[in-house]
Design a binder for this molecule. Structure first.
Ligand code: COA
Length: 184
């Protein structure tokens, strides 16, 4: 089904076997790169520069925001559950005016940053990730959580702000990845 907001040909690049919902809105398609086997589900809104590697899933209703000078990267096998917010840019909540149409000198120390999800990361439903947070390989965030600092590899964090809850099974996940790559 054709997307109602933009043409796939406007994307910086788009791989094979990519499904993008009809109502996915991408503000700057010329700054968005998409690998193979990627799904972006309906009602997702994207207003950053973005690089999606192969085998990435963005579930319905996600927001990837911060403006075209902010950058988000999702590496292979990383996923966002429904209603996640990746906020690679953020206003100054203490000493700035937050509305977008005031000149920059009134906005205080607003941030334009990056968010990176390395391989095998999962962000649970309704969670928020702040600018300049890196999920190391296999890092995971539970539902309804706030990530305001980096999450170490193969660790499950949850809560507001997020704290370490459990350790993931790195060897099992690595084994499954190898099996899948041979299966392809
Ligand atoms: C984080 C999660 C994976 C943990 O599941 P689990 O391994 O069964 O963990 P447990 O339920 O044993 O909880 C372990 C601890 O973390 C806490 N915890 C679990 N999930 C939490 C969350 N989302 N926020 C805050 N704390 C959480 C529990 O209260 C418990 O704390 P305690 O040890 O002090 O009692 C799960 O709770 C979750 O949030 N899953 C996200 C699911 C989702 O979004 N799915 C959408 C479709 S993919």
């Amino acid at each position: 089904m054709e997307n109602i907001f933009f043409s796939l040909s406007e994307l910086k690049s788009c791989g094979k076997n990519v499904i993008i919902g009809k109502t996915v809105r991408i503000r700057y398609p010329q700054f968005v790169e998409i690998g193979d086997n990627v799904i972006i589900d309906d009602f997702t809104y994207i207003s950053t520069s973005l690089k999606l590697h192969d085998n990435v899933h963005i579930s319905s209703g996600c927001k990837i925001i911060g403006g075209k000078n902010a950058f988000v990267e999702m590496c292979e096998f990383s996923t966002l559950a429904p209603n996640v917010v990746l906020s690679a840019g953020s206003d100054d909540y203490l000493s700035g005016i937050a509305t977008p149409l005031v000149p920059l000198e009134f906005k205080g120390n607003f941030k334009i940053g990056k968010i990176k999800l390395n391989k095998h990361c999962i962000v649970g439903s309704g969670s928020v990730v702040l600018p300049d947070v890196i999920f190391e390989e296999g890092a995971c965030l539970g539902a309804l959580s706030l990530a305001n600092k980096n999450i170490p590899e193969y660790t499950l964090y949850a809560g507001i702000p997020a704290y370490k809850v459990k350790v993931r099974n790195k060897s099992e996940i690595t084994k499954l990845e190898k099996k899948y790559k041979n299966y392809e």
